[in-house]
Each structure stands twice: as C-alpha cells, then as structure tokens.
Design a protein around this ligand. Structure first.
Ligand code: 0X9
Ligand code: ZN
Ligand code: ZN
Length: 304
C-alpha cells in the first residue's frame, strides 16, 4: 500500500494520485499531460482553491529515475496541502491565491525500470537507433543551448541529449504543458537528488542571469528556511558555478521561456547514501524542503 514515508512503486503512485484527487475535489484535480515512450500515462495534479486569474507554481519530480526521494517529495507536498488547507494560515493563503501544478513522476518508464531492473537507472527508456543503448537524459533534452556543455550526442552516455530538443515524449509533454500555461506559471521548480543544493540559471553558461540578484537572495532565503528545521546544509547559486556547466536543462529552458523563478532542488544527501537515501530520511527531507518551497511560493505570491 501507499505510504508517505516509504518509496512507492509507480502503480502505487498512480493509484494515490487518483485517490487524493477523488477525495479532495475542491482542492485537487488530476489530468494526463502525455504518454511515455512505453505508453504509460504522465499525470499532473493541480492543487489549489479554484479562483479566477490565479498565478501558478509548477513543481515536477522524477526527471531522473533513480532519484527516488524526488517523487516522494511531490507526494508529500500534495499531502501537506490537503492537510493544511483551512488549518494552517500560511499554506491556506498560498492555496487560496496560487495554483500548484505538481507532476509526481515525469520519467515514468525510467522510474519503473529503476524498480524492476536497475536501481541506478537515470534516463528515459526510449529506443535509440544503431545501438543497444537505451534512453535519453531528460535534463539534457531541452532547448537551452542544447547539445553543448555537459551533454553528449552518444546514446550510450548517461547525459545523452537526444536527437533533437524535446525528442522524448516525456519532455515534450512537459514543454507543451508549460508553453500552454505560460501566462499563469510564474515559478518552475524541478526536484532532483542528491547533493543538497538549490540551483538557478544559468547552467549552460557562466554568464549571470538577468535576475541574478533577486534569484540569489531568494535562494538564500529559501535555503535558510530549509536549514532552520534540522540544520541541513545547502549550497546555492547558479548551476554552472555551483554544480557544473550543463546544457539542455529544464530549469534554464523554463527561465529563457519567460519563467523568472526557476530553480532546481538537489535534495539529500551529500553522498553517504546518494541516490539510495534510506526511507527513514524521507520525512525530514520532505519537511525541510517544504519550508523552502513555501518560502519561494510566498515570494512569487508577493512579487509576480
Ligand atoms: O545534472 C543534472 O541534470 C542535475 N543533477 S543530477 O545529479 N540530479 O542529475 C543538475 C541540474 C542543474 N541544472 C541544469 N543542468 N540545467
Ligand atoms: Zn537528477
Ligand atoms: Zn508536515
């Protein structure tokens, strides 16, 4: 069965998403934004009190298959939203005045494969031409200086950029949804693991983003909020300087598409367990990350 403090397999997450929408019709609705290479649905939850002309924060999880704490966070976020509405003033205000689009697992085929065949799988599961190597790195597959720094055109690489930007059914579904809702989406948060970092554009170049000062101070505030709970140390800054140069990322693409508040979270830990973070750390990881996401959301509410 489903548990917020365990890693849930894909079918369990699918059933959970249907149930939480059915049980909270005034707050949560589920839609399908696309279909994976292997034919699985890609679901999106819209979380918020219905209202006219609301701005939105978009949050995705499960880009990289093996980063299991990421989908766990998206599930946690939706749970906290439904449990907090009407009892917690801060979250109620956010849900009254913003919509949250929560995509629990983008790379559904990869996530499935990480459960059944290879715990350390990263990429999609699309079939490549002229090779037995499978999959594209979804976070090298967007039109953000695509196919350059930190990516390769070799299908056997873990950072294979694909044949063209949004060659993958999964990244195209995400891109299409965001393009279709650009007028309302004011923040793009993409949740990965691991290394305890909060990154913002750019990752494809060293040059600072136009909004560097605001993004840097917002990241600092978000990281301070996160650390206030358990003292977890996060580093923050532009991706290219803080983690490494890499092209084709969804954060840089979202930013260049016009979404100013674009961040990549790299959740716990810093390498002791890495991608195989113990289930005993899910709760603390999610609770501290909630504080950062709410901090950013409040800034969006007051500034976008
Ligand atoms: O390399 C990535 O895609 C991310 N790190 S991970 O270990 N989760 O794979 C970092 C993404 C930072 N942003 C961009 N590279 N655009
Ligand atoms: Zn990742
Ligand atoms: Zn909580």
């Amino acid at each position: 069965g489903h548990s917020y403090e365990k890693y849930n397999e894909l079918e369990t997450i699918y059933a959970w998403s249907a149930n939480i929408a059915a049980q909270n019709p005034d707050l949560v609705s589920r839609s399908q934004i696309g279909t994976s290479f292997e034919g699985r649905p890609i679901y999106l939850l819209k979380v918020g009190k219905p209202g006219a002309n609301k701005n939105a924060v978009f949050i995705d999880c499960g880009f990289h298959a093996r980063e299991w704490v990421s989908p766990a966070f998206c599930q946690w976020f939706v749970k906290e939203a439904v449990n907090s509405y009407g009892s917690d003033a801060e979250f109620t205000n956010l849900l009254d005045n913003l919509d949250f689009y929560v995509l629990p697992v983008l790379n559904v085929d990869g996530y499935k494969y990480s459960w059944t065949s290879d715990r350390m799988w990263r990429k999609t599961r699309s079939v490549n031409q002229n090779t037995f190597c499978t999959g594209t790195d979804p976070n090298r597959n967007f039109a953000a200086n695509w196919g350059t720094n930190g990516a390769t055109s070799s299908p056997c690489s873990e950072v294979y950029c694909g044949t063209i930007p949004e060659s993958e059914s999964e990244t195209r579904a995400l891109g299409d949804f965001i393009r279709s809702n650009l007028s309302s989406i004011k923040a793009y948060l993409t949740v990965h693991s691991y290394s305890q970092m909060l990154l913002f554009p750019y990752s494809y170049k060293h040059a600072p983003a136009k909004d560097y000062d605001e993004l840097m101070s917002l990241a600092e505030g978000a990281v301070n909020a996160l650390s206030s709970l358990y003292g977890t140390v996060y580093t923050y800054g532009p991706g290219g300087k803080t983690i490494y140069l890499s092209s084709g990322g969804s954060d840089d693409w979202a930013y260049d598409t016009g979404i100013k508040y674009s961040f990549t979270f790299e959740l716990r830990d810093t390498g002791k367990y890495g991608f195989v973070l113990p289930e005993s750390e899910i709760k603390e990881t999610c609770e501290e990350t909630m504080l950062a996401v709410k901090y950013i959301s409040n800034h969006v509410l007051n500034n976008a």
